[in-house]
Design a protein around this ligand. Structure first.
Ligand SMILES: [Fe+2]
Ligand SMILES: [Fe+2]
Length: 176
């Protein structure tokens, strides 16, 4: 497992997980600003967004390659990354409440997410913010190479189903 210090040291090294996390932090901060959320909460969301995929750092380059064919074994591994990230961060930051935003950043409103399959308001708001920012970046930049318009279209289509409506609305405003 990678440590928080090792992750921080990736700054400026063109590591694509680090860069993805950095962008998700930026988007999440803008969503908080757009929604007029208070600065302590925004600070927590930013921290969680920055470290949200730290649990992915152990993945082989194979899995991270966009042309790699995912097998069931890989999926098992992949869905563990929020929990692994949470464990890494807990050792470093202790019992901070924002660690839950990392743990639940892949939960979806309809219960189809992981690790717990939480639904709707059962997903902490900070995690719902990061979920939108993360999905956008994953679609647009990180893996799937969709256009910006397509990525925003996906968010809109799944607003209120997978993603928080208010957050999607704010994000679409920002992305204009
Ligand atoms: Fe993730
Ligand atoms: Fe991510």
């Amino acid at each position: 497992m990678v440590s928080v210090e090792e992750f921080d040291a990736l700054k400026g090294q063109r590591n694509h997980i680090y860069n993805h996390c950095f962008r998700v932090k930026k988007y999440s901060a803008k969503i908080c600003e757009k929604l007029g959320l208070e600065s302590n909460f925004k600070g927590d969301v930013e921290k969680a967004a920055f470290y949200h995929d730290i649990g992915k750092m152990e993945w082989s380059e194979g899995i991270l390659n966009e042309f790699y064919k995912f097998g069931p074994k890989d999926f098992e591994k992949i869905i563990k990354h929020p929990v692994e990230g949470y464990d890494i961060l807990k050792k470093y930051f202790g019992e901070a409440s924002w660690l839950e935003y990392v743990l639940y950043h892949h939960e979806k409103l309809d219960g189809s997410g992981y690790p717990k399959g939480l639904m709707g308001d059962g997903i902490v708001f900070g995690a719902r913010i990061i979920g939108v920012a993360d999905s956008y970046d994953a679609m647009f930049r990180h893996y799937h190479r969709r256009t910006k318009k397509e990525a925003l279209g996906e968010l809109k289509k799944n607003s209120g189903i997978l993603f928080d409506k208010k957050v999607v609305e704010a994000f679409i405003e920002i992305a204009k």
